[in-house]
Structure formats: C-alpha cells, structure tokens
Design a protein around this ligand. Sequence first.
Ligand code: MSP
Length: 661
Amino acid sequence: MENKIFYVTTPIYYVNDAPHIGHAYTTILADVLARYHRLHGIPTFFLTGTDEHGQKVQRAAEKGGMSPQQQADQTVGRFQALWRKLDITNDDFIRTTESRHVRVVQQILQTLFDNGEIYRAESDGGYCVPCERFYAGRELDAGTCRECGRALEPIRESNYFFRMSVYQAWLIGYIHEHPRFIQPDFRRNETLGFLQQPLNDLCISRPKSRLSWGIELPFDHDFVTYVWFDALVNYISAIGYLADDRKFQRWWPASYHLIGKDILTTHTVYWPTMLHAMNLPMPETIFAHGWWLIGDSKMSKSSGNVVNPIDMAERYGVDAFRYFLMAEMTLGQDCNFSEEAFIRRYNADLANDLGNLLNRVMKLVTSHCGGKIPAPTAANEGADEQQLRQSVLNVATRMEECLDQMRLDLGLAAVTSAVRETNRYLEKRQPWTLAKQPDLEPLNTVLYNAAETLRIVSGLLYPVMPAKMRELRHALGLPGSAGALRPGEGAAEPFLDQLKIWGKTVPGTPVGAMSPLFPRIQAGGASQAVGTARETAAQPQAVKEPQAIPPAGVTVVEYADFAKISLRTATILEAAKVEGADKLLRLQVQCGAEMRQIVAGIALYYKPEELVGKTVVVVANLKPAKIRGVESQGMLLAASGDNQLRLITLDGSLPSGAIVK
Ligand code: MSP
C-alpha cells in the first residue's frame, strides 16, 4: 500500500438484465479494496456504473416493448439499489448515456479521426450480439465467437476502423516491461499469446441502419460508435477527462481496473492501444478474476442458474455474504458457488470462531469485571501472552501483504486463524476458572488480551463486514468505529496503522450489551437462492448445544486393540484434486523420513492450497488401498458434525512422524 492515491474501477454492467452475483462479486471486491485504502489514509476514488448502449440493450428493449433509454433507466435502478443494499461506497456512478460521457467519447473520436487514426473501409464481418464483438479478416475463419463460441451473424458493410494494428509491437513491449500491468501472470501470458497473431484494426462504428442505439460518430451522422469503444472511455470520462483537468490529473492513471476473465482482450488490447493513441498513460494494473460457477458451468441467465445477490443478502445478511464471496474465491481462479459452502464457512469462521470469541469476552467482562475492560498486569504476561500478541500483530502485516498480492482470501484466512488462536488461548488459560480465584489479576490480563485481539481483528475485517464490525466495535466501546466511510460523511480515519500496535484498548472502557453477531445456521438450513424460485428463507437460529459424548451403544474396545493402531503426525507437502472425484484430494505427506500419498475425502471442506504446510494426524499402519484408482497409504483423522469437517491438527509444533497416543 505504497500508493499516493488509489483509483479502482469495476466493469460497467450491461443494462439488458438484472444483476447477479458475478456482478456483485466485482463490485464488493472493489468496495473492500477502496475501504482498506481509505482506512490507510490513502485518497481513494471508486468508480462503477452501467454500459447502456449497443445491440444487447437495444434487443432487450425491443423484447420488453420499450425504448432502449427506458430499458436503461429501468435496469440501472436495480444495480443502484443492489449497491446500496450491499453497502457499496462508490464515489461515482457513470452511465454511458450521460452527456458528460457522450461528449468525451465524441471528442476523442474526432481527435483520432483528425489525426488519421480512424479511417473508413468496406469489410465482411461476423458479429456476436451477446458479446458485442465484431470479427473480420482471419478472425472470421472459425465462424464462431472467440469469447463464447456462439455462431456469428454475417455482415458486410462499410465502417470506420481504428488503426489498432500499428500499436501491436508497442503493446507487446509495454506488457513485457510492466509485469504488473496485466494480472494474474497467466492472464498476461494469455494476452501475449493473443498478440502472437497479427492484430487487426478495430471496427469502431455501426451503421445506424443496423443499430441506432449508440453514440453518434461526430464526423459521420449515419453511424454510431461501437459499444466497447464507447464503454472503455468511462474510466476517464468519469474523472474529468477533457472536462476537469485537475480532477483528471489527480486520479489518472487508475490503480486497478477489476474485470472478469471474459473481458480480458477488450481491456488489455483495445483499451491500452486507445489510450496510447490518445497519448495517455496506462492504468497500473488490469486484474482479471475468474468466474463463479454453478457445478461446472458459468452462472448465466441463459443457463437459468443465476444466484440472486439480493436473496442471499436478505437470507443470511449483507456482511456474511460479502465475507463469503471474498474469503471463498482465490482471486484469478474460478470458484464454485453453493449455499452449502456458504453455510459451512459461515458457521465455521463467523458463528463458531469469531462469534464465540466475542460472546466469551463479553460474558466474562460483564459478569466478572463490572462490565468494564479490565487492566492487564505485566506480572501475568507469560509465554502464552507473548505468543498470542505476536501472532495477532503479524496478521495485520500479513493482511497488507495479501492485499498487495490480491490474495484477500489468504488475508482473511490469516485473520480467522488469529481468532482461533485466541479461542485456544482462552481454553488454555481458562478465564472461567481464574474468575473463581481470589486474585483476579490473571483473569484481567487474559480478558484484556482477548479484547485486544478483537479490536485488531475487527479493524482488519471492517472493510469486508462494515456493519457487523461497527456493531462489534461499538459493543467493545472502541472509539470512532473506524470513522465514516461513505463519501461526504467525513474523513475516514487512517486507523489501519493502529492495528499493528498492541495495547490500544483502554482499560476501564465500558462494554455494551449485544445480541449474537452471527447466530449459527442450523444444519439443513440451506435453501434455494439459485434460479428464480424463492424458497422459504433459512433463518440463522440460535446456537445448538453440542451432542453428548460418547453416545450410547458405542462398541468398547480393549486397550490392546486400540494400541494396534499407529497414529503419527505428518506434514502435508502437496495437495491436489483427484480428477473426476468431487470429494477427494490427493495429498503428499511427510511422515518422519517417509513420504506417503494419501487420498482423503475432504475436498468439500478444504481447498488444496489451504492444506499445504498443515501438520495432521494420520493412521500410519492402515493397509494401502486404491481409491478411485489412486493408491492411498494411510488415512487422516478429522472431526465432523453440523455439516462440517475439520482436520485434527497439532497444538504447537513437533517434527513429522511423532507418535500420537
Ligand atoms: N459491459 C461490459 C463491460 C464493459 S467495461 C468497460 C460487460 N458487462 S457484463 O454486465 O456482461 O459483465 C460485467 C462483468 O461481470 C464482467 O467482468 C464479467 O466477467 C462479470 N461476470 C459475469 N458473470 C460472471 C460470473 N459468473 N462470475 C464472475 N463474474 C462474471 O461485460
């Protein structure tokens, strides 16, 4: 976070249809990044908006029996309402039908035309309406759209072309010299691969006889502008290009254009060459994320598998939904969406870990410390306290690194692990027992430390779950609650720096009353948010009591039988999915001097990358077996219940291969 300013954009969304979670995801991601930067005291501008011209919108309007402008006016409201609902703090919302945008597009076109960058020619082409992409020359050979594979509609017409081809060599050089320009790296390679073929000039017009809904070319009134040439300009028209030079100079170039992987070429080939022709600097990073999938297919209206973000937010809460999207997807990769996965993560990270920690601290402070955060005493600070403090402070630094590398999922995993560590600390130090002793200083120290963790954790989670963290911070009597974050509500406090300092919680601060922040969602509570059906809502319910252990009827074994089983610690070195088996992961583990391969049915509960480095417990003398044709030399131990499964891991560290008994 070295930047002096932070300018982040989302794609502008087509107004032919209602928003779904694909759209919500990018906008929430931009919001989270914007909020982190604001909390860091970095001047931030966050832009989103709608793409309102083109064939797609015109056809949707015809279908709905209205004018394209009516179609746009009606649909834009759905996007804006969704952003309000999801607590999105965009600084501006641009619509491409606004005159401030139209004017800029026309001025750019005129200048490029006057400079000879745009010429007229006759051509045969093919058009893909859903992608609004025109293909000519060699690109026509396949007869199908490069983006979606659909058949192209043939067209022969006279059009205007932008001399994109002359910038091919420059663009290749620029991409090589600026490794952060296109991210992740494999997307940069994809664009470089595309640029190995000769680049065509870009057709930037449509004759009005075929499409009337667009920005008229200033030098030929019989044509409108190609929707992508119009849409990409939003990133500069919104911040005052050719209208408010001071504003433009303040924000351009953008820090991040966030996009989905399907619009990589338009952003990493068309847009840079357009900017170069205009003599403008390049955006710092164009970051392409993957898709949310349902099963194996992309969520899309035509497949009837769209997830309605409003349904999810209403059913489970806005913040939990925001958290899930950010924590679940590894940026850049595709990710499966399911309500089961949502409930699993919600119950594990939010209800069990964070909710539980807060409940414990609040209850103990209320009952044993007169409702005020107690003061710690140096004499009671031992190794456990030092370790806790170090781990929690490390997480603040880790989160910053993760944000710089766009690995928000890892940053959030680190925060959750700090919460778990604090819960373990409480279990070890047993404040409920300490409360019964005459000397309350040990209790006070333990509770102060747990409250201090909550201060830091709530600050780190604030950009992702602003309303819930505000509630939590309010309950703990934390000042400022991070300040106002909506534009116009006042300056945001640069409070992220405070999260790297231990001891900012003020002893004596009264804690407030609060109801459970994240009530557990009962098993079987998943209901449909996929498709159009709105089933009865699964409401979060009160936390269920754990089952009695051991249940009646369990077979009793002799110690001698139990002793036959060899349990050992092992470190996971590699993890990968087993092809064709949704539930299985193939693990390479180090068990003492030995390497073993274990096939484990844990793929629904762990991502491969979460496992690497974990020390687990394995049954080391199990007869090898083939599972789905893959040899498995052992078994992992795990606990399951309430639709969850958690691996048994080690409390502390020991070399792998250690005996477990
Ligand atoms: N209007 C253009 C963008 C112009 S930007 C100058 C457009 N609009 S869109 O509404 O079709 O898509 C907007 C974004 O949503 C794209 O980045 C696209 O990748 C993203 N998503 C659409 N479906 C998606 C998923 N299922 N998952 C994640 N994002 C996906 O393209």
